[in-house]
Design a protein around this ligand. Structure first.
Ligand code: FAD
Length: 461
C-alpha cells in the first residue's frame, strides 16, 4: 500500500460530471485528483452520447448513399464503426489533455470509501490511499437489466448495441425512450428490420403527441414496427436468434429476431464496492443520492452530481452540476437552477424541449399563450428538403416571458440553444421576435413562432 496523499478535491468518476468538476476545481486553484476505474470520459464518451451520435450520423449518410447507388451495407457499417471509434478516441484524448493541462492528477482504479475523508483506490494487485478535504461523487449509471431478459449473446444493452461488428438482420428493442428510438432508427437506416416494444401508450413518453407525431411518421417510413402497450415477459436465447414473449391486451405474443436490445432505463452506480455504507451515506429506493441546491449530500464535504442524483440522466445536466459543486467547494455562492435544461432526441426529425411543456404549464395553472411556426414555410428547411415539424413557444400571458419551448424538425438539437438562452435570460417573446435572424436560416422559424405568440398576447389584452 502506498503513502497517504492529501487533496483538496477528490472526484470519483470521469464522465461529463466528473471531468468537468475536476477541471473547474483545478481552475479554481484547488489541488484536485480524479479517479476512474474504466475509461476517461465515462459513459458519454465511450458508450453513450458520442458513439451513438457518430453512428447515427453514419446511418444517415448510408441512407442517403443507398438512394443513389448500390452501397455495400456491410463494408459501410464496418467503416462506420471504425469512424465511431476514431471519434471516441479523439474525444477521450481531449478529456485527458484538458485535465492534464489544468493540473488535475488522474488516478486509475476503483474508488472505495474507507471513511469520510479517505478513499482506497484499487487496481489489480495495488491499493493506494488518498485523503481529501472534499469529494465529488460522479460515478454515473449503467443499463438496467430486466430479470426476465438477462443480458447475453442475443440480449444486448446499449453498450453492446453500439459495438456490433455486423448490421443485424433484425432487432427487437424493448423500451421506446430516447435511447431505444435513436438506436432503433439508426439500425433501421442501416437496413435492419426493427421492432420497438414500448410498455406505455406511445414511444418517447413524456413528449406531447403533436411533437412525437412527425418522429413516429418517420420511424414508420423507415420501416420500424412500433408496438405500444407491450410488456416483455421472457426470452429464449438460441444460437443465432432470440425469441421474445410479450403481453399486449392480455394476450401472449411471440417475436423473434437476431438480437433484442433492452433500453428501459439506467441504474445509478451507488452500490457495490464504492462503500457508501461505510460512510453512512444513504441512497433512495432507486439508488439515487439526495443533494441540496448546491449538490451537497447529507455529509457536508461530500457532493454528488450527474446520473446518481435526481433529474434527467443527461451529460449536460451532469456538467452543469459539476461546475456548481466545484464552485461551492471553492467558497463561491453558486446555486443550481434547473429551469432551462434542454432535452434532445437525436431522431429524424430531431426533437428538443426546454422549460415547461404545454401540459406542465397547464398543470401549474399558469395563464400562457402558445406561438407556433412551421418548417414547411421556411426557405432554408425547404432547401434542405426537411420541411417536417415546427417550433412551439410557450410564454407567460401577462409578462410575455418565455417559459418553455419545443422543436420538432431539422437541427432541433442546435436550435434549442437559442430558446434555452432566452429562458435563462428571462427574455420575452417580443425580444425574440425583434431579434434579427439571418435569412435564409432555420432560426427564422423561432422568430416567427415568437411573433405568433406576441400577436396572441396583444389580442388577449
Ligand atoms: P458517467 O458518464 O456514467 O461516468 C461515470 C464514470 O464513473 C464512469 O466512467 C465509471 O467507470 C466511473 N466510476 C463509477 N464508479 C467508480 C468508482 N467506484 N471508482 C472509479 N470510477 C468509477 N446524454 C446526453 O445529454 N445526450 C445524449 O445524446 C446522450 N446519449 C446517450 C446515449 C446512450 C446510448 C447512453 C447510454 C446515454 C446517453 N446519454 C446522453 C446519457 C449520458 O451519457 C449520461 O447522462 C452521462 O454520461 C452521465 O454522466 P456522469 O458524469 O454522471 O456519469
Amino acid at each position: 500500500m502506498s503513502q497517504l496523499e492529501m487533496v483538496d478535491t477528490l472526484v470519483i468518476g470521469s464522465g461529463p460530471g466528473g471531468y468537468v468538476a475536476a477541471l473547474r476545481s483545478a481552475q479554481l486553484g484547488m489541488k484536485t485528483s480524479v479517479v476512474e476505474r474504466s475509461h476517461l470520459g465515462g459513459v458519454c464518451t465511450h458508450v453513450g452520447c458520442i458513439p451513438s451520435k457518430a453512428l447515427i450520423a453514419e446511418a444517415h449518410r448510408y441512407d442517403l448513399h443507398r438512394q443513389w447507388s448500390q452501397a455495400d451495407g456491410s463494408s459501410f457499417f464496418q467503416n462506420a464503426q471504425a469512424f465511431k471509434q476514431g471519434v471516441v478516441t479523439k474525444q477521450a484524448g481531449g478529456v485527458n489533455y484538458l485535465l492534464k493541462a489544468a493540473g488535475v492528477t488522474i488516478l486509475e482504479g476503483e474508488a472505495c470509501f474507507i471513511d469520510e475523508h479517505t478513499v482506497a483506490i484499487k487496481r489489480t494487485g495495488t491499493e493506494q490511499m488518498i485523503s481529501f478535504k472534499h469529494a465529488i461523487l460522479a460515478t454515473g449509471s449503467r443499463p438496467i437489466e430486466l430479470q426476465a431478459l438477462p443480458f447475453g449473446e442475443r440480449i444486448l444493452s446499449s453498450t453492446e448495441a453500439l459495438s456490433l461488428s455486423q448490421i443485424p438482420t433484425s432487432l427487437i428493442i424493448i423500451g421506446g425512450g430516447y435511447i431505444g428510438v435513436e438506436l432503433g432508427q439508426m439500425y433501421a437506416k442501416f437496413g435492419a428490420e426493427v421492432t420497438i416494444l414500448e410498455g406505455g401508450g406511445q414511444v418517447l413518453p413524456g413528449f406531447e403527441a403533436e411533437l412525437t407525431a412527425p418522429v413516429i411518421r418517420q420511424l414508420k417510413a423507415d420501416g420500424i414496427n412500433i408496438v405500444t402497450g407491450a410488456t416483455a415477459a421472457k426470452a429464449e436465447q438460441h444460437a443465432d436468434t432470440v425469441t421474445l414473449h410479450y403481453l399486449k391486451n392480455q394476450e401472449q405474443h411471440l417475436i423473434s429476431a437476431e438480437y433484442a436490445l433492452v433500453t428501459v432505463g439506467r441504474k445509478p452506480n451507488t452500490d457495490g464496492s464504492l462503500g457508501l455504507e461505510r460512510i453512512n451515506l444513504q441512497v433512495t429506493s432507486r439508488g439515487l443520492i439526495e443533494t441540496d441546491e448546491q449538490c451537497r449530500t447529507a455529509i457536508p464535504h461530500i457532493f454528488a452530481i450527474g446520473d446518481i442524483t435526481k433529474g434527467p440522466s443527461l451529460a449536460h445536466k451532469a456538467s452543469y452540476e459539476a461546475k456548481v459543486a466545484a464552485e461551492v467547494i471553492a467558497g463561491k455562492p453558486s446555486v443550481l437552477d434547473y429551469k432551462a435544461i434542454p432535452l434532445v432526441v437525436f431522431s429524424e426529425p430531431e426533437l428538443a424541449s426546454v422549460g415547461l411543456s404545454e401540459t406542465e404549464a397547464n398543470a401549474e395553472s399558469i395563464p400562457f399563450v402558445i406561438g407556433k411556426s412551421s418548417f414547411g414555410i421556411n426557405g432554408r428547411a425547404l432547401a434542405l428538403q426537411a420541411p417536417e415539424g415546427f417550433v412551439k413557444i410557450i410564454a407567460d400571458q401577462a409578462s410575455g416571458i418565455l417559459i418553455g419551448a419545443q422543436i420538432v424538425g431539422v437541427e432541433a438539437s442546435t436550435l434549442i440553444s437559442e430558446l434555452t438562452f432566452a429562458i435563462e435570460m428571462g427574455a420575452t417573446v417580443e425580444d425574440l421576435s425583434l431579434t434579427i435572424h439571418p435569412h435564409p436560416t432555420l432560426g427564422e422559424v423561432i422568430m416567427e413562432a415568437a411573433e405568433n405568440a406576441v400577436q396572441k398576447i396583444r389580442m388577449n389584452r
